[in-house]
Design a protein around this ligand. Structure first.
Ligand SMILES: Nc1ncnc2c1ncn2[C@@H]1O[C@H](COP(=O)(O)OP(=O)(O)O)[C@@H](O)[C@H]1O
Ligand SMILES: [Mg+2]
Length: 250
């Protein structure tokens, strides 16, 4: 996926400014940065939920701007920051939603098998007939991920998937994200607040400040003490774990 020169203004304020990056297939990219830095707007533009003022998003060299929404939904799934579905749905009904781009409301036998697999992959079999508002935060988040898995897209965008989760469930969610990439071959773009999760579980980092990319590169390139303290003016203590990923305390 190639993002070139994305720009978005609200009134006179430029909230996304000439954002350009590329993510290789089968990798995890985290967008980090303070509130209001434009991360969700970038995710919205990529998934065409937000109209851009300038720039280009292309998959395999093809501009996606004119694609039918169903075609785009077969290639890209997004969980937005609020991911509120204001309907009384069971886990199974929610996951079945992921098949909508393919079959509409009428699921086929093949769809049902894909739904079964997605529910099993997220270990939600025993909860599948429960309403999503009767689940714990961690279980509900897994149900949404199961929906995204059933959508069977190459690209998965998750806006703050660890939001409102305690450290146990947040770590579990990050491990799931890693498995989406390592086991299922997905290309994942995340928004994360916790830069230690971003450092530990992603391959690439895009560090945002005021709608612009302050730094883009591999975890090893971006997540250095010099970079982070320069970009975000915070003191970090960085620890290497097993020589590679970094754990960051601040
Ligand atoms: N629909 C909107 N109308 C006006 N301003 C918006 C809208 N959506 C976002 N913004 C503004 O754009 C900026 C970037 O927002 P956002 O992309 O949500 O940031 P982040 O996800 O990094 O916290 C913020 O200043 C926000 O207030
Ligand atoms: Mg946001």
């Amino acid at each position: 996926m190639l993002i070139e020169g994305l720009t978005k203004k609200y009134d006179d304020k430029t909230v996304v400014d000439s954002v350009t990056f590329e993510i290789p297939k089968g990798k995890v990219l985290s967008l980090i940065g303070p509130n209001g830095a434009g991360k969700s707007t970038v995710m919205g533009i990529i998934s065409r939920l937000v109209a851009r003022d300038a720039g280009l998003v292309s998959f395999d060299g093809k501009d996606i701007s004119k694609w039918k929404s169903r075609e785009l939904a077969k290639r890209l799934a997004i969980l937005t920051q609020s991911n509120n579905i204001q309907m009384k749905l069971t886990v199974r009904e929610l996951v079945a939603f992921g098949r909508f781009p393919y079959s509409g409301n009428r699921t086929t036998k093949e769809d049902e098998e894909i739904i079964d697999k997605a529910i099993a992959y997220m270990e939600l079999e025993e909860f599948q007939d429960r309403f999503i508002d009767e689940l714990s935060g961690g279980q509900r988040q897994r149900a949404y991920i199961a929906m995204v898995i059933a959508q069977d897209t190459e690209y998965i965008l998750l806006d703050e998937p660890t939001n409102n989760l305690d450290i146990y469930h947040a770590t579990n969610m990050m491990k799931i994200v890693r498995r989406l990439c390592d086991e299922l071959g997905k290309t994942v773009i995340l928004v994360l607040h916790e830069i230690n999760y971003a450092a530990f579980y992603s391959d690439y980092i895009c560090a945002f400040v005021d709608g612009k990319i302050a730094k883009f590169g591999t975890v090893e390139e971006v997540m250095t003490k010099e970079n982070l303290s320069q970009i975000y003016r915070v003191d970090f203590e960085i620890q290497e774990i097993e020589g590679k990923p970094l754990s960051i305390y601040y």
